[in-house]
Ligand binder design. Structure first.
Ligand code: ACO
Length: 337
């Protein structure tokens, strides 16, 4: 069985408060806090970074080093890296090889991206777990990392999404557990492409006659900026996350009463609270969205790694990771810590 040997996280140093955003768009600290629970986020976007700009892979590397150090293994012991992101530094090659270039000593191990948006980390974890459980690899790193800030539209036209997203990274190092050791005991994944047009970014898109042109950046809703049917996303996320938690628990022969900690995707504090109320255990839910905003594929490993360093997750506890996002895609993972 695969188990989590170590966790790590990293965020850019520069804090952007809700008040800072009022310089670019018609918004307010009160609106943002009431609707999302977000007070501040970390951005490495030019003009906000005080110490130079970070790339996606730089944040990933910092998180991975922390995870390797808590796992007490060296990067040379990694057999594969699975990297979840929707904000890669380059169109290609993928973030995995850009990270591999920074890892020393480098080995020619397989590295690749999983692009499943807010649910990306749980999908990547499922892939890594399968490699370990099948005996293919001994140590696999799973990364969730986003550099959202450079893709946000900083104007009143973009305020519906720009105030929500932040930059950050989280990483797990997985290894094999022996029979009596804890580990990842269940993962449930779901997708429904009927909702593919409800949340996304349209350009660049290679199905277009011209994948990227100047007009894609123009107007009130440029094709390069995120678009979202916020209320539908809210409703579906609040329903699907408790549903998939119940499903994975049932498949593992466990119940809600067995759960100790829930680490949900940090999309919105109101969604997180609705999930807690639905399950009847709001006190078990970890939330750090107030300080980091929505960091998409990074939000779960970032919240979990931070909770581990704060002593909020103890050996032997039953931890549930749960996410919902674009696609729509969602899923849950059960880990005996
Ligand atoms: N500041 C001030 N006013 C704003 C802002 C802003 N940043 N953004 C929108 N408004 C305005 C709108 O223009 C609108 O004005 P109008 O009434 O004059 O037309 C008004 O506020 C209400 O807008 P709505 O979009 O209807 O606001 P809503 O109450 O739905 O809240 C929100 C928006 C917070 C996005 C909500 O729909 C939500 O939480 N959705 C969940 C989706 C989510 O969290 N997505 C994150 C990414 S996806 C994921 O991670 C799962």
């Amino acid at each position: 069985m695969a188990r989590v040997l170590g966790t790590g996280h990293a965020v850019p140093r520069h804090v952007v408060t809700n008040a800072d955003l009022t310089a670019f768009m018609e918004t307010s600290d009160e609106w943002i806090q009431q609707r999302s629970g977000i007070r501040e986020r970390r951005w490495s976007r030019q003009g906000f970074a005080t110490q130079g700009e970070a790339r996606n892979v730089d944040l990933a590397l910092e998180a991975l080093h922390m995870a390797l150090s808590s796992a007490k293994i060296d990067s040379s012991a990694l057999d594969a890296v699975v990297y979840a992101t929707i904000t890669p530094d380059e169109e290609f090659p993928g973030s995995g090889v850009l990270l591999q270039e920074l890892l020393a000593p480098a080995k020619a191990v397989p590295v690749f991206e999983v692009r499943n948006h807010c649910a990306g980390f749980i999908y990547a974890l499922a892939v890594a777990r399968a490699y370990i459980d099948s005996g293919t690899y001994k140590h696999v790193a799973v990364i969730g990392c986003e550099l959202q800030s450079t893709g946000l539209l900083l104007s009143s036209a973009g305020r519906g999404t720009a105030v929500l997203f932040g930059d950050g990274a989280g990483a797990f190092v997985l290894g094999a557990s022996t029979f009596d050791q804890p580990g990842i005991i269940g993962i449930e994944l779901c997708s429904d492409g009927a909702f593919a047009d409800k949340l996304g970014v349209d350009a660049p898109g290679f199905a277009r006659a011209c994948a990227l042109q100047a007009s894609h950046f123009d107007g009130e809703q440029p094709l390069t900026a995120p678009r979202m049917e916020g209320q539908l996303v809210f409703k579906m996320a609040s329903q699907k996350m408790p549903e998939v938690i119940r499903k994975v628990l049932q498949k593992c022969g466990l119940g809600l009463e067995n759960l100790d900690v829930i680490v949900p995707h940090q999309a919105n504090q109101r969604i997180i609270e609705m999930v807690g109320r639905d399950l009847g255990c709001p006190e078990k839910i970890i939330s750090n969205i107030a300080r980091y905003g929505n960091t998409t594929a990074a939000s779960i490993p970032l919240a979990l790694s931070e909770a581990v360093t704060q002593g909020k997750i103890q050996h032997g506890q039953l931890v549930c990771l749960v996410s919902f996002g674009a696609g729509f895609s969602w899923g849950a993972a059960l880990i005996r810590w």
